[in-house]
Write a protein that binds this ligand. Structure first.
Ligand code: PXG
Length: 448
């Protein structure tokens, strides 16, 4: 397959036919495919031999860079010992230890961890836990889940219901869970354009939750789910004080607060979790991606102990929570998780992300005034650059910038009119700066 881009157009079309690619413009892609052949450290090698810097750590998921030798070794060793183990009514030791380590990293040593295989599954699991928890406590009327505009919570039926991206929702509306509502998003360019870190405007938007409580009544609301930082929407940074206020209102009304930390978990903001960055503790935390450097699919939910305890009633031989996946706590994913946490601790990589954050902030804001740029945002080791759209051709400008950046040796992420950057924690200062310079050259090369 590595030679596919060199094939005659007709045989190439046949080779690329079967895979219906996710979140991809399939026809445009297949007419000019971009194939990745291998990866090592912070670089991908494309099938045509070009080496490109991984400016988004995969899809926000590979902070250690690719094929870290300790992770590779751990997974290989695990394959020789225990390739798969059922997790229904059986267990394996590594999974218990990994759950303990994750709870400790989250500074919630008493809390519980439920393993799944992706961020989408983590979100749907957290919604099920929230609704079942209230029912177990005798408040079965609390079924409503409040999400947020522009939120991205994966693609499960629960996740798209609470999510706030119209393209991900509109085709599936009849199948989505009923009885959800949405908080307004917090992005207001007039108040926060080109802000560095957390904007000072916008904490009051959390009060919209009071309006939703007044509308629906707290007795119908199970949980609020938000990303501490909205990643997929283009690094929408929480205003100072906003998440504190959401926390207060949730607590006041007995509503669970779910932080979807699929992107922010495991160091992206320079703290173990986004919760640590903002100093606000949720009741449930979803995670995936960086938990094991994305080497093997894995996700999970951290659950406050008393929520877990609410399920632990009835005869001891009864299953308490009718939920789980064939691959929950897959041994290979668990092995990669231990190795990832070992490397993060030994190489102090979360502190490293915190050190690189101001480098990225300083550098990315120098793009202000470059062609097409209309806003720049950053938080932790993440940043986004918004572009002005090509009239009548939404999204095409960002595609052009992406393509040009690839020619410059940098694989950035484009989505809508936004370019997102989230380099691996193992990047050097020079690499972070070079990435922004590569983007600058790409912006200048793309015609007005
Ligand atoms: N929640 C959040 C907050 C996410 O960011 C998911 C859930 C779903 O995870 P899975 O593992 O089911 O994909 C995500 C995923 C991007 C990008 O470019 C972001 C995600 C996935 C792919 C691309 O911003 N986030």
């Amino acid at each position: 397959m590595s030679a596919v881009s060199h094939l005659h157009p007709e045989s190439r079309e046949a080779e690329l036919r079967a895979w219906w690619m996710p979140f991809t413009h399939n026809r445009m892609f297949k007419s000019a495919p971009r194939l990745i052949a291998s990866a090592k450290g912070c670089y991908f090698t494309l099938a045509d031999g070009r080496r490109v810097f991984d400016s988004l750590s995969g899809l926000w998921c590979s902070p250690l860079g690719h094929s870290h030798p300790r992770v590779v070794e751990a997974v290989k060793r695990q394959l020789d010992t225990l390739d798969y183990a059922p997790s229904f009514q059986m267990g394996h030791e590594g999974a218990f230890r990994l759950a303990t380590r994750i709870a400790q990293l989250a500074s919630r040593p008493q809390d519980r961890v439920f393993f799944v295989n992706s961020g989408s599954e983590a979100v749907d699991t957290s919604i099920k836990i929230a609704v079942a928890y209230h029912r177990a406590r005798g408040e079965a009327s609390r079924t409503r889940i409040i999400g947020r505009e522009r939120g991205y919570h994966g693609v499960g039926m629960g996740g798209i219901s609470v999510g706030g991206m119209v393209a991900n929702r509109k085709m599936f509306a009849p199948l989505m869970i009923p009885g959800v509502d949405h908080l307004p998003h917090t992005y207001n360019p007039a108040e926060m354009r080109y802000s560095r870190g957390q904007p000072t405007w916008g904490a009051h938007l959390a009060d919209e939750l009071e309006r939703l409580v007044a509308l629906h009544d707290a007795s119908t609301i199970a949980a609020v789910i938000v990303e501490p930082m909205q990643g997929s929407a283009g690094v929408i940074v929480p205003p100072k004080g906003y998440l504190d206020r959401l926390r207060q209102i949730c607590s006041k009304h007995g509503i669970l607060l779910i932080f979807d930390e699929v992107i922010t978990g495991f160091g992206r903001l320079g703290t173990p979790f986004g919760a640590d960055f903002v100093g606000v503790q949720p009741d449930l935390t979803t995670f995936a991606k960086a938990v094991n450097n994305a080497t093997v699919p894995m996700g999970g939910v951290i659950v406050r102990d008393d929520i877990y305890q609410a399920f632990m009633t009835g005869p001891a031989h009864m299953i308490e929570f009718f939920h789980g996946y064939t691959y929950s706590a897959h041994p290979l994913a668990v092995a990669a998780g231990h190795a990832t946490l070992d490397v993060m601790a030994d190489e102090k990589l979360i502190a490293r992300a915190a050190e690189l954050a101001p480098v990225l902030e300083q550098k990315v804001h120098t793009l202000k005034g470059e062609p097409h740029v209309v806003d720049i945002r950053n938080i932790g080791l993440a940043a986004a650059v918004d572009l002005n759209p090509i009239e009548g051709q939404a999204g095409l400008r960002a595609i052009r910038v992406f393509e040009r950046a690839l020619d410059e040796g940098f694989m950035v992420r484009f989505s809508g009119e936004t370019i997102a950057l989230a380099p691996p924690f193992v990047s050097s200062v020079d690499e972070v700066e070079a990435m922004v310079e590569g983007l600058r050259r790409a912006l200048r090369a793309v015609p007005a």
